[in-house]
Design a protein around this ligand. Structure first.
Ligand SMILES: CC(C)(COP(=O)(O)OP(=O)(O)OC[C@H]1O[C@@H](n2cnc3c(N)ncnc32)[C@H](O)[C@@H]1OP(=O)(O)O)[C@@H](O)C(=O)NCCC(=O)NCCS
Length: 183
């Protein structure tokens, strides 16, 4: 799916562009996710776990998302650089197509500027347009910024998975599962 390009103004007055990532952005997208993965323990992978993803694989991932009827990626560009990305995956099975799953990661430099809030506005609109009934996501304990944002836009914790993540230093983290019901 493709997102109609849009310009937003961040809390610091800078302009940012929301658009679907282009295949030509593959190197930039890979750099971004590796950097983001090193800036927080709240993402699924450590940076080196992206080493197996080369430009060709990243290009294929972007192309698949652009062509798929079941996925929408929105990337935020500031000054031509990738500042963050979000993705909504619409489930397609007969028993699961009422649900859509969200993923989001913004580079540290751009936290707290309203990008996450603006991305959720777009993903919620896309989910409503798609006929989704339940939006869902997961986050790790301690990710207070994420939890605040998700609750602000109407998600509620409905279950938790103890010891879902084990960090390199041995710390175990609980994962929360949230849902938002769409009218
Ligand atoms: C979590 C994340 C997506 C939020 O995006 P963002 O662009 O920073 O979010 P916004 O600026 O739109 O909103 C952040 C909100 O959290 C609030 N906030 C900031 N730090 C906070 C904290 N420690 N505790 C609670 N709330 C906090 C801000 O005040 C703001 O609230 P408001 O809109 O009511 O004023 C982003 O910070 C991020 O990608 N973090 C790293 C990766 C990650 O955690 N991804 C999510 C995995 S589930």
């Amino acid at each position: 799916m493709l997102f109609d390009e849009k310009t937003i103004t961040l809390k610091n007055g800078q302009h940012a562009i929301f658009r679907s990532p282009a295949v030509a952005d593959a190197a930039m997208m890979l750099d971004y996710i590796k950097t983001a993965s090193g800036e927080t323990d709240f993402l699924t992978r450590y940076p080196e776990e992206w080493d197996g993803t080369d430009i060709k694989k990243e290009e294929a991932w972007i192309n698949d998302m652009r062509e798929s009827q079941n996925a929408l990626g929105i990337t935020c560009y500031v000054g031509g650089h990738v500042a963050g990305n979000c993705e909504i995956r619409f489930h397609s099975g007969i028993k699961t197509r009422h649900r859509a799953t969200i993923g989001i990661a913004i580079l540290r430099e751009y936290w707290n500027l309203g990008i996450g809030s603006a991305m959720f506005e777009e993903m919620i609109a896309a989910a409503k347009a798609h006929g989704t009934e339940i939006m869902e996501l997961e986050f790790l304990e301690g990710n207070d910024r994420a939890r605040h944002l998700y609750e602000k836009v109407g998600f509620r914790v409905v279950s938790e998975k103890p010891n879902a993540f084990k960090l390199k230093d041995g710390t175990m983290c609980k994962e929360y599962y949230m849902q938002k019901y769409l009218e």
